[in-house]
Write a protein that binds this ligand. Structure first.
Ligand code: HEC
Ligand code: HEC
Length: 100
């Protein structure tokens, strides 16, 4: 069977959908900010200010090294690398906050 130009377009669309799906599911693996007593103030501040950058500033008060809650050895960024955008990777468990 000869694969026509139309078939190739269909194959390309299917491939794009699969790639997008894999990319999204990969991102979802990063742990979300737990909804517990430690993180309740972050959720409150998010509701109050609506600003992820404001909330980001509060994370290193507990998550810092040495002395605070350590990061995994392979953590992509550390606070000493500069200002941290924690919520860029670790999403809040809020409606509408799981993407972007
Ligand atoms: C008051 C201290 C405190 C603050 C502030 C704080 N955390 Fe945490 N965080 C903890 C503690 C303690 C743990 C480990 C126990 C737990 O899961 O609550 C933790 C665990 C985590 C985990 C791992 C969860 C898991 O499933 O293993 C993530 C991700 C995280 N914090 C992200 C953040 C982000 C992002 C911020 C800023 C919005 C933040 N934390 C602010 C205390 C804090
Ligand atoms: C560039 C993306 C990125 C940023 C920015 C980032 N993290 Fe992470 N973080 C990860 C990845 C990836 C892991 C390892 C996979 C996982 O367990 O989610 C991780 C793991 C963690 C863990 C351990 C989770 C566990 O397994 O118990 C904590 C705690 C954590 N990050 C906190 C933070 C805090 C606090 C900030 C901001 C100061 C931050 N992260 C910024 C990507 C990021």
């Amino acid at each position: 069977m000869k694969i026509s130009k139309k078939d190739w377009i269909f194959i390309a669309i299917v491939a794009a959908v699969i790639i997008t799906f894999v990319a999204i599911s990969g991102e979802e693996k990063t742990k979300q900010v737990p909804m517990d007593s430690q993180h309740a103030p972050a959720y409150e501040l998010m509701k109050k200010t609506g600003s992820k950058m404001e909330v980001d500033k509060t994370c290193p008060s507990c998550h810092y090294e040495p002395g605070g809650i350590p990061f995994p050895p392979k953590h992509p960024v550390k606070p000493k690398d500069g200002p941290m955008r924690c919520l860029f990777c670790h999403k809040l468990k809020l409606a509408g906050m799981t993407e972007k």
